[in-house]
Design a protein around this ligand. Structure first.
Ligand code: TYD
Length: 206
């Protein structure tokens, strides 16, 4: 197989983490050589940046600082994990990528999608994913699920309005790119099956 770069996106509470755990088990069972990275994080440097970003004590963080720190963690993930593993012919899966910054910072925080895009082109050396899965679930369902989360991080603590804007941002930005939209309002089993079906198609490509 040629190396492939696949990204998973979705709002907080879209079930992305659970789905990715199940995808991992599936790939393990199929003996597929893959590498997983997450954002912010995925590398030792990135995980240190993640701690600053998600710490509830970082409440003084300026919006531009936030954009740059997410982009810095991403730059490290791209250079240390994504590029070398694609070159080695592996399947690289990233839990979130540039689209998260466009929806959360560019759109919901209103920093400006074009500016955030420009910063991320620099950060990623313009590396684009081959495929992006979007776990699509409406904000109301997400916000109800989120209430069940016991220990919210700094971004999860944002208002309902913020999360509604994130979703709106995703929806608008999805007009511009190719996405695999998965209905994430269904049961976990159904969502996982739908993701795996698409993933199999991708893996069958040369
Ligand atoms: P995480 O615990 O990974 O959330 P999730 O499990 O929902 O992916 O925390 C990441 C948080 O950071 C999440 O609220 C989304 C936010 N985020 C941004 O605001 N911009 C970004 O560029 C990225 C990658 C994440």
């Amino acid at each position: 197989m040629n190396g492939k770069f696949i990204v998973f996106e979705g709002s907080d509470g879209s079930g992305k983490s659970t789905v990715l755990e199940r995808v991992k088990s599936y790939l393990d069972r199929k003996n597929i050589d893959y590498v997983l990275t997450r954002e912010p994080g995925g590398t030792s440097i990135g995980e240190q940046i993640r701690e600053i970003l998600l710490n509830v004590d970082s409440h003084k963080m300026h919006d531009r600082t936030e954009v740059l720190l997410f982009a810095a963690a991403r730059a490290q993930s791209v250079e240390e994990k994504v590029k070398p593993n694609i070159e080695a012919g592996k399947l690289v899966i990233s839990d979130r990528y540039v689209l998260s910054s466009l929806a959360y910072q560019g759109y919901a925080r209103q920093v400006g999608v074009d500016q955030v895009k420009a910063i991320n082109d620099f950060a990623t050396d313009s590396l684009k994913p081959d495929y992006t899965f979007f776990l699509d679930v409406d904000p109301i369902t997400v916000l109800n699920r989120k209430k069940a989360s016991e220990d919210p991080d700094r971004l999860e603590k944002e208002t309902n309005l913020f999360h509604e804007r994130v979703y709106e941002g995703y929806k608008q930005l999805m007009d511009d790119e190719d996405f695999i939209v998965i209905d994430a309002s269904k049961t976990v089993d159904e969502v996982v099956n739908n993701v795996i079906e698409k993933l199999d198609e991708i893996l069958e490509e040369k």
